[in-house]
Design a protein. Structure first.
Length: 272
């Protein structure tokens, strides 16, 4: 059996956590990632019948029965993932309709998955209903999106339009826009349910005064999605207090949508 530390999905996860920490998105133990894997991927590196222990999940998600996830641990620092992946990450299988996770590898110090694991699982379930190829849920605290949630209207249309107008590529990368939640207590099923509901219409959900949830088909795609929105928020925060002399007009945004063959969120642009 192959060495799991050399598995592409572990190598990717380690690199991603390290990169996110370097970007300043995951201070201390802030942020979490879950990466859905196939049984075939896992079976190359682990005996899937060898369960180390079981961990209650605190929720139900029958649609995820039998699914495998590589997930970051609770209380773990992203900066340490590269040095001790087997402590800071865990590979689990969902059983009992989502109520229980079987640990197959990792969390070697007796730890468990992130406290926001239920929120991740709810978002996975919601996105699989929209896109069967979705594999990643990523939560982090990008400073400019966080700052923007203090000074900008939380109306989803207004928030999205501002981001689209800050950078040409935004409407191409997230044409469905950005959904926004007001401040809610994190680590609860309530915020997980609210996030999952928002995931039905967008791949980015801003948690006001906290951070962002992003989803995608790969770690790279999900990272790039958040990175693009964060860059736009940075430009906004650098310019919002200044006289705005130029902007990307709705006409220009329609041109971008037509050229790149994407469909903007209905009602978010002025009618042509």
């Amino acid at each position: 059996m192959k060495e799991i530390l050399n598995a592409p999905f572990v190598v990717e996860m380690v690199r991603m956590a390290t990169n996110m920490y370097a970007h300043g998105w995951d201070e201390r133990n802030g942020g979490n990632i879950s990466y859905m894997l196939s049984e075939a991927q896992v079976a190359e590196y682990l005996d899937t019948s060898a369960v180390l222990r079981t961990i209650p999940t605190g929720f139900e998600a029958p649609v995820l029965e039998g699914k495998y996830f590589l997930v970051t641990g609770t209380g773990k620092y992203f900066k340490n993932v590269q040095y001790a992946p087997e402590v800071n990450l865990g590979l689990i299988r969902i059983i009992e309709g989502g109520k229980t996770a079987e640990l197959l590898w990792g969390f070697a110090d007796g730890g468990r998955f992130t406290s926001e694991f239920p929120a991740h699982m709810m978002s996975h379930a919601a996105r699989l209903a929209v896109d069967p190829d979705n594999r990643v849920v990523m939560h982090c605290h990008p400073a400019n999106l966080l700052a923007m949630s203090y000074v900008h209207s939380l109306d989803e249309r207004a928030f999205t339009r501002t981001l689209w107008q800050m950078s040409t590529e935004c409407i191409v990368v997230f044409p469905e826009g950005v959904n926004v939640l007001p401040w809610m207590l994190c680590g609860t099923n309530e915020i997980g349910e609210a996030t999952a509901e928002k995931m039905a219409t967008a791949r980015l959900v801003v948690w006001s005064q906290h951070g962002i949830y992003g989803v995608g088909r790969s770690l790279d795609e999900t990272f790039g999605l958040i990175e693009t929105a964060e860059k736009a928020a940075e430009i906004y925060m650098k310019t919002a207090h200044l006289p705005i002399l130029n902007t990307i007009t709705d006409e220009a945004l329609w041109q971008l949508a037509d050229f790149f063959k994407v469909t903007p969120r209905d009602g978010f642009l002025s009618a042509r």
